[in-house]
Ligand binder design. Structure first.
Ligand code: FNR
Length: 378
């Protein structure tokens, strides 16, 4: 099967499972502890009940929206994901190019494996954002910001749900190292996916700018680099150091959302990091309406976690999200088929979004509101 034959994101997930070594696939597919946060996020989208209107003219179904003062082709943002060249040698460049082609923004992670400059060079004219983790060495955080800005990244996303690394048990069980190394545990997986390993060992070595002399496991790297003492004061400092739009990702309570809105952030991402941090944290889709009601008039509210289809995007927008960030969905595409795989994901999301609005009887994405969807009780 080729990526072009994939009928939905789940087909690409299955293809990814065949192409990538088990430990790489599980790094993407897995979550923290008992993986309940992730399961609930997906399950909540399953509880969406659409309430279609009939006999409406749905000949036109525009999907473009405006976020942070700019028009994008559909309410989707490719969220930040670390170590993207581990999933496929084409890595961040391929994801950014696919995003640009689809007319949506791409967010480069602090834990990225391609520099901001190289991502920018691959996508002239594209809208690339940068995601920051505040590290212990604040001078280094400032340098990172300067490099992102020089590369033309004008939107900053500060992720606040990683004071320490979450416990991703699949990674622990596989003994995953970054970069993956051929230890006894991974030899069999490597033999099972020779094409991936060949690509991996023959591509540019995985280096990420921010770590030197770090431990090999991901949790170790995270805990060494990240500063667990960050508070909202740091956010005020970042707000004053960054002139462009500023988003905070990882908001999980209404009171925190209000405090952040008061600092003057331009947007909030209701997110539990795809369930990769605190297990059994609030389910983003369920929390979204409360956050929108509390701060939606002062700041733009986004959502991520569990978005696997354009119908999911429609539901989140109907419940008040300006746009959805996606993580695993595009990484499944990347693992399945590099840039073409990511493009396939974005094409699918767009087609599903158009079809869903038409079947719902609303005039495109702009017609989505709370009246057309409800969440069935668990
Ligand atoms: C992530 N996520 C993430 N977030 C972030 O702010 N910085 C990062 O470096 C990463 N890295 C990362 C790696 C991988 C493999 C995944 C799957 C996720 C979280 C990501 O931005 C987003 O919040 C979730 O992926 C959203 O959930 P879904 O769409 O994957 O269900």
């Amino acid at each position: 099967r080729r990526v072009a034959d994939a009928a939905d994101v789940e087909d690409l997930r299955r293809l990814a499972m065949k192409r990538a070594p088990r430990m790489v696939f599980d790094y993407v597919d897995g979550a923290a502890e008992g993986e309940r946060s992730m399961a609930r996020a997906v399950e909540a989208f399953g509880r969406v009940e659409f309430r279609p209107r009939v006999l409406r003219d749905v000949a036109e179904a525009p999907t473009a929206v405006e976020i942070l003062g700019r028009r994008i082709a559909m309410p989707v943002v490719l969220g930040p994901t670390g170590f993207t060249r581990m999933m496929h040698r084409a890595g961040e460049r391929a994801v950014a190019r696919a995003a640009q082609r689809a007319g949506v923004p791409y967010t480069l992670s602090t834990m990225g494996t391609t520099t901001a400059q190289d991502v920018a060079a691959a996508t002239p004219g594209g809208w690339n954002w940068f995601q920051l983790y505040v590290v212990r060495d604040r001078a280094r955080s400032l340098e990172t910001l300067a490099l992102a800005r020089e590369a033309g990244m004008d939107v900053l996303v500060v992720t606040v749900d990683v004071p320490v690394a979450g416990a991703r048990l699949r990674d622990v069980r596989h003994g995953l190292t970054v970069p993956p190394s051929l230890r006894w545990r991974s030899v069999l997986q490597a033999l099972a996916r020779p094409a991936w390993w060949f690509d991996f060992v023959t591509s540019e070595p995985l280096r990420f700018a921010t770590v030197e002399g770090a431990p090999e496991d991901l949790a170790g790297i995270t805990n060494m680099m990240f500063d667990p003492s960050v508070t909202i004061k740091d956010l005020e400092w970042i707000r004053s150091a960054w002139r462009g739009p500023l988003l905070v990702k990882g908001v999980q309570r209404v009171d925190d959302a209000k405090d952040l809105a008061a600092v003057g952030v331009d947007g909030l991402v209701v997110s539990n990091h795809g369930g990769r941090q605190l297990d059994r944290s609030p389910t983003p889709l369920e929390l979204l309406p409360e956050v929108v009601d509390a701060v939606g008039d002062r700041t733009e509210v986004f959502l991520d976690g569990g978005v696997r289809s354009g119908a999911d995007v429609a539901a989140a927008v109907a419940l008040g999200a300006r746009a959805c960030f996606i993580g695993r969905a595009y990484l499944y595409g990347l693992m399945a088929g590099g840039e073409a795989g990511v493009t396939r994901v974005l094409d699918l999301l767009h087609a599903e979004l158009v079809r869903t609005t038409q079947l719902l009887g609303v005039a495109g994405v702009g017609g989505l509101d709370r009246d057309v969807v409800r969440l069935r009780p668990p």
